[in-house]
Design a protein around this ligand. Structure first.
Ligand SMILES: [Zn+2]
Length: 65
């Protein structure tokens, strides 16, 4: 785990491949504007996982309670 931040893949289900594959996972902060209250911006962390087999990436909102 402390191997000099070597990117190790996370094995999870890829919906494109239809099977479990290795993914590279990163976190991205996306600023979202909310139309109703135009002064409000919320920064939402998204989890980006990119399948190493097919190259498709999936964005998953982390704050979805
Ligand atoms: Zn895939």
């Amino acid at each position: 785990m402390s191997e000099n931040r070597r990117q190790t893949g996370v094995v999870e289900l890829c919906e494109y491949c239809g099977r479990e594959t290795e993914h590279e996972v990163s976190i991205e902060i996306v600023t979202e504007s909310q139309k109703e209250t135009n002064a409000e911006f919320s920064k939402e962390p998204y989890r980006i996982s990119t399948c190493r087999a097919c190259g498709n990436s999936t964005r998953l909102r982390m704050n979805n309670a």
